[in-house]
Write a protein that binds this ligand. Structure first.
Ligand code: GLC
Ligand code: CA
Length: 571
């Protein structure tokens, strides 16, 4: 791991300092699986199934691969796994185009294997969260095929948004809503006799027709799907694109300002009633709902987190901020303030399967994340990026609330930016006319070992090419390359997650220590967290012992781009 900084001998992780202040962790196996409130402080690991581990040697990640790596996940010290969609799907959008919610994608396995996985993980103290996509289904879903085979105006079409086209021959789209994936949001259908037919709405790709949530079947079906997976033992559901689901039935053009809750397709007031219904079902199973909610207005965001709605939602405000003390501090303050009135925990997210890997992002001159800013050839200093990604990991792990870790971030993987163009699969790339590199670069199969073919992504002795090519030097980030190295990013994550299970980071009161300088400083109980976002070394306080640091400390100072956890003497 040449990209990772080394810690100097001054830093002795754990030991007496950690024990004295109650940081010393519970053993991973003692996860209180009966604690209904587990999710409030959980560390949740995101598995992108297709790229996590291949169990049968075809180069595609699968449930057998995940099952074979449960020991690894337990050793990381996580509380739950969130699986991106693992259902039967044509994979036009990486599985967010669901053909059948009650079937596992045949490349990944079977429902019986999913059940086995859920219970094997539970035996290790790890809960399972599945991903449900209420905004749309695949164009191969039985409902959409039925709709295409049915007449305009039929009930089968009313589950979606079918409209006649504009213009004399109906050959102009019915509207001009922008797509989350660029390009048009309307696609024309073909009638069974081969003549051009009606159009249908899709906020994402044409392979993802939007559902009409005013239709009772749509609501009932999703509620059944929730029960189907809760009955199979899952502990929670991630709700995809949760703020886009309800539409103004007139589908008016989007022009100008809207009163809160009245935008034609974003954050509509009607959504709250839908998620209250989901909450009732979740409560029957003590399940938890996690919303994917991209909203700039944190007050509106928090409305979804009221006690009878969604339990928690991803914090994209923090994730979108560039490296820097003022922005991070503002995001933390605003996030905690927005969550407090509704009693929901904040969540902390550095990345996921949709965004640039932190190592690459934080090494860029502009390290903010924005979908519309992604471009090929943006330079990144990966040495700086790796240092900052480690420091940021400790920062988010120290904040109150739930923590999300995307697979591979614990290995310090960079974004893969040189995937051959003819191997890219992400529709975001193609729909941008090739301008946006897309999201494949953070979805490259995980390196497990340093000697085997495919960096051990597939089982020993199989040399199938992974579905997305791995860089030639990928093995140096592998788990085996890192697991015994005290300076590796994997070792840092393990120790960090272990310490995070201690009392201070689970329950310690949060208090800012300083709100002006380049050093982010706050207390969690008897733990003092510091992140140096400036450019010069900063002296560490004398009355505190180092518990863990994200990089080398020199002469009792905290270098730039480094975080440290300190045990404070005078509590
Ligand atoms: C969410 C998912 C993303 C997907 C989109 C459409 O944003 O995280 O991967 O493409 O929804 O379902
Ligand atoms: Ca496989």
């Amino acid at each position: 791991m040449t990209l990772s900084p080394t810690r100097d001998s001054e830093v002795t992780p754990g030991g007496p300092a950690a024990a004295r202040i109650g940081l010393e962790a519970r053993a991973a196996s003692s996860t209180p699986v009966t604690d209904r409130e587990w999710w409030r402080t959980a560390a949740i690991f995101q598995v992108y199934v297709r790229s996590f581990a291949d169990g049968n040697g075809d180069g595609i990640g699968d449930l057998a691969g995940v099952r074979s790596r449960l020991g690894y996940l337990a050793s990381l010290g996580i509380d739950a796994i969130w699986f991106t969609p693992w259902y039967r799907s044509p994979l036009a959008d990486g599985g967010y185009d669901v053909e059948d919610y009650r079937a596992i994608h045949p490349d990944f396995g079977t429902v019986a294997e999913a059940e086995a996985l859920i219970s094997e993980a539970a035996a290790l103290g790890i809960r399972t969260i599945v991903d449900v996509v209420p905004n749309h289904v695949s164009d191969q879903h039985a409902w959409f095929r039925e709709a295409l085979a049915s007449e305009p105006g039929s009930d089968a079409r009313a589950r979606f948004w079918f409209r006649d086209g504009k213009g004399p021959n109906g050959d102009l789209p019915p509207g001009n809503w922008p797509s989350s994936f660029s390009g048009s949001t309307w696609t024309r259908t073909m009638n069974p006799d081969g003549t051009p037919g009606q159009w249908y709405l899709h906020l994402f790709t044409p392979e993802q027709p939007d559902l009409n949530w005013d239709h009772p079947d749509v609501r009932r079906e999703h509620e059944d799907v929730l029960r189907f997976w809760f009955d199979r033992g899952v502990a929670g559901v991630r709700i995809d694109s949760a703020a886009l689901v309800a539409k103004d039935p007139e589908l008016p053009e989007i022009d100008g300002e809207y009163a809160a809750g009245q935008h034609p397709n974003l954050d509509r007031d009607d959504l709250h009633e839908i998620y209250r219904g989901w909450r009732t079902i979740a409560e029957d199973y003590s399940g938890v709902l996690v919303g994917e909610i991209w909203l700039a207005d944190l007050k509106r965001f928090a409305l979804y987190l009221r006690p009878d709605e969604i339990h928690m939602a991803f914090n994209f405000d923090f994730m979108s901020r560039p490296w820097g003390a003022d922005g991070f501090r503002a995001a933390i303050t605003e996030t905690l303030a927005a969550h407090e009135p509704v009693g929901a925990p904040a969540t902390w997210v550095l990345s996921n399967h949709d965004v640039t890997r932190p190592v690459t992002r934080f090494g860029r001159a502009d390290s903010a994340f924005a979908f519309d800013a992604k471009r090929f050839g943006t330079p990144s200093d990966l040495v700086v990026g790796a240092r900052r990604a480690r420091a940021a990991a400790m920062l988010v792990a120290a904040l109150p609330g739930a923590l999300y870790v995307y697979q591979g971030d614990e290995l310090g993987l960079p974004e893969v930016e040189d995937i051959p163009l003819d191997r890219l699969e992400d529709p975001m790339h193609f729909r941008s006319g090739g301008v946006d590199p897309g999201r494949d670069g953070c979805r490259v199969p995980i390196p497990w070992t340093n000697d085997a073919a495919n960096a051990g992504f597939s089982p020993d002795g199989t040399d199938a090419a992974p579905w997305l090519p791995q860089p030639a030097d990928w093995a140096r980030y592998s788990v085996t390359a890192q697991q015994d190295d005290p300076t590796s990013t994997l070792t840092l994550y393990r120790r960090m997650l272990e310490l995070r299970r201690g009392d201070d980071l689970q329950h310690g009161a949060f208090a800012w220590q300083d709100d002006t300088s380049d050093v982010i400083a706050f207390r969690r109980g008897a733990l003092l967290h510091l992140t140096n976002c400036g450019t010069t070394n900063v002296p560490l306080p004398d009355d505190a012992d180092v518990v863990l640091a994200s990089g080398p400390l020199t002469d009792h100072t905290l270098p730039a781009d480094t975080s440290v956890w300190l045990a404070v003497h005078s509590v």
